[in-house]
Ligand binder design. Sequence first.
Ligand code: NPQ
Ligand code: MG
Length: 367
Amino acid sequence: MKLSGVELRRIRIPLVAPFRTSFATETEREVLLVRVLGAEAEGWGECVAITEPLYSAEYVDGAEQVIRDFLLPRLPADVTARALGPAFAPVKGHAMAKAAVEMAVLDAELRVAGMSYAAFLGATRERVPAGVSVGIMDSIPELLDNVDAYLGEGYARIKLKIQPGWDIEPVRAVRERFGDIPLQVDANTAYTRADARHLAGLDPFGLLLIEQPLPEEDLLGHAQLAEAVTTPICLDESIVSARAAADALALGACSIVNVKAGRVGGYLEARRIHDVCAAHDVPVWCGGMLETGLGRAANLAFAALPGCTLPGDVSASDRYYARDITEPFRLEDALMRVPSGPGLGVEPIMEILDDLTESTAVVRLGG
Ligand code: NPQ
Ligand code: MG
């Protein structure tokens, strides 16, 4: 497909409540959107980079600059999503920037073909169960109130954000109050190898998994930790590619994988990770980065793949946003519907989008 231009749009969207992790407390989300303008269709991409480089090395301003200065000049004149891997390969890193462009190109391409993201990726379900990620709170009672509300809304699985000083006690309290619910924890790299025995203190609670306890680069540390605890280790930040996933499995660094398309350079690489894991009978689940309805739509398509056997961080729009930029995604009888229309199957509501827009830049392509 030939593109006449690309719009880079920055929006700012308030969160319904502060979201606290081991690395940040956010009250709003700054998001970079990529809109490709094709002759027969336009397409939307969402960059999952956050404002500061605290989850990974990428951040919104950097991603915007990389897209504008290094990725858009490398777009083939006649572009397909499949061609982007080779075209962008000379640019090291910047997976989230690359993924945002790929998502937009794929959306436009699939709209022309009349095919949904779900069908393109190979989804096998029309609805998926939803998990929810619960931030670090000021107190255990506040945490229990939040978990209670999410369970009441129909979430199938609870993930507690943890860090040193907020780990064993919140898990114990949730287990005591709610019993045998599907429960897991995410440390976002907040621990060290020296914490192995402390983390083994989570073993009696029968968690589904502990996500990314150690630094991104520390595959060997995770393999050693996996020997020291009975709770399954799941990797998020460390899984930067299909090769990294294969290496992690070969090393015994994890037995479950969180897949985020943004973190690995796009949905095509995400699908490869899914396939590597499926070949090893390793469960996969779809991670989340507090996406708007655009990214949420694509994540739901991925979450409907056959190897995504655990509930993902694919929550309803209102978990994060009072006003989403698309028609809001809702839990329907405790399930999320996978979009089935062409491309993402959703589009932005332009009045809302314009209202939230901080800046728009258009890059003209093709002379
Ligand atoms: C994770 N996501 O799995 C990420 C972390 C993350 C849903 O837990 C603003 C503030 C944006 C915190 C994006 C979930 C964020 C954020 C992602 C945390 O590790
Ligand atoms: Mg995580």
